[in-house]
Ligand binder design. Sequence first.
Ligand code: BDR
Ligand code: CA
Length: 307
Amino acid sequence: GRPVLLDCDPGIDDALAIFMALASDELKVEAITAVAGNVPVERTALNALQLVELSGYEVEVASGAGAPLYGKKKTAESVHGRNGIGDIELPPPVGALSCQTARELIYRKALEQGGELEIIATGPLTNIASALLIYPDLKNLIRHIWIMGGSAYSGNRTPAAEFNIYADPHGASIVFQSGVPITMCGLDVTNRALIYREDIERLSLFQSDVARKSAQMLTWYLGFYKSFGFEGVAMHDPFTVAAAIDPSLAATRHLYVDVETEGEFTFGQTVVDILKVSGKKPNAHVALELDNKGFVDLFEKLMRSYG
Ligand code: BDR
Ligand code: CA
């Protein structure tokens, strides 16, 4: 498979995204780096390690940035539970975190892969931004970044801003301006990548710990999404992995995207030049439509592969 690094903040949907990526034949997960986001980084890193161990795959996991490049840390326990994974328990880790930091590991893997490494980012973009800042040649070594973040039309953390971008708009801005080819899977598609109670019940019957724990986490997540007025669970991060596996699942337009780092009402918004009025060169392939059925089928296929 294509070499990828997952940069994430598990996170219930990050957990599912990790399981999908590990099981996919199209991708070869080279490393996982954790960033502060849904919960503090000590916890997202521990969750990542425990999730990898539960999966049975062997991947190096590193811990990274504990706070955004500027400003205060913002978490999302109300969405993901106090421990970040729906307050379910996973077996304690037997292995250890990498002795490298997330940004060191990102750079090392990018060098090792000689320009072929892709990154799938499903948390705030702090690790990637800080790696780009301290290793100036890194931008030429990353083939593509698949970002779960932002939206062309409206937010979820504020009316304007999606959580991952809101949690570190300065970091996000550095990544969007880096020149690395980007696909942005924002709320425009991920709010529509829904799975429902019946799907979760089916998953709970699959014969593996991965599937059973996933169903438990998703049941918790469904409770949040119901209270948010949704019929099902929005699979933000899993959809982004799915789009990396099979780009035909997302219809994109190549557009210019800026990140708002100042606005009183729009702090953390991705400002997407849909009508191409800025005259600026496009910097992201923005996903605006999706194949939801194709996504759910792929999700089930990969989850079935465990056990
Ligand atoms: C994003 O925010 C997080 O809570 C989810 O894991 C996802 O990455 C959705 O806005
Ligand atoms: Ca996430």
